[in-house]
Design a protein around this ligand. Structure first.
Ligand code: S3P
Length: 179
């Protein structure tokens, strides 16, 4: 890790449905860190649900809101951030997050993701007629950037509790905490 890193937070990136919010809550509770979900921050700031922002203002307006929230995170310490799926796919955001966070990507295959999100309706990007094809394409597009996280954890065959334990282990290792 370069000398410009000052790791005082932990950020979870990864595709929709990989468990970032659930795992983030568990990790924050165990590390006694604060927890911030960037989508919730955007909703609180705008007074609109993510789906309403997409419907009323479009995806590009949502990405602008997302960018302003990411810039603010650097002011915090002792915080676990769960990010929206597009955040970790943006090289500028990833570079900004790495200045203050250990960045961990939660990974799952397109099939596992679709299985997990099939009954959920709050994600505008997944309200399409052929979700599996769409997820495969978007995941392939994003994969090279997601892979630039400090750590990649496959969530496919693991309980989220187990994933949380791995995240904590990686964080302790990165900051030099005795195992
Ligand atoms: C998005 C993921 C969503 C949310 C928005 C866009 C994406 O967050 O930010 O619908 O571009 O992948 P989750 O990953 O928490 O579902």
């Amino acid at each position: 890790m370069g000398p410009e890193r000052n790791i005082r937070n932990l950020t979870l990136i990864g595709f929709m449905g990989t468990g970032k919010t659930t795992v983030g809550h568990m990790v924050a509770a165990q590390l006694h860190f604060d927890f911030v979900d960037t989508d919730h921050l955007i909703e609180a700031r705008s007074g609109l649900a993510i789906s309403e922002i997409f419907a009323q203002q479009g995806e590009s307006a949502f990405r602008v809101l997302e960018g302003s929230v990411i810039d603010e995170l650097a002011r915090r310490q002792g915080t676990v951030f769960a990010t929206g799926g597009g955040v970790g796919a943006n090289p500028t955001h990833l570079a900004s997050l790495k200045t203050h966070s250990l960045v961990i990507c939660l990974w799952a295959s397109a099939e596992v993701i679709c299985e997990r999100v099939q009954h959920q309706t709050h994600r505008p990007l997944l309200q399409v007629s052929a979700p599996l094809e769409h997820v495969r394409r978007l995941l392939a597009e994003r994969e090279p950037i997601y892979r630039q996280a400090d750590v990649l954890i496959n969530t496919g065959s693991r309980q989220l509790r187990e994933v949380a334990a791995q995240v904590i282990h990686q964080y302790h290792t990165a900051v030099g905490f005795p195992a």
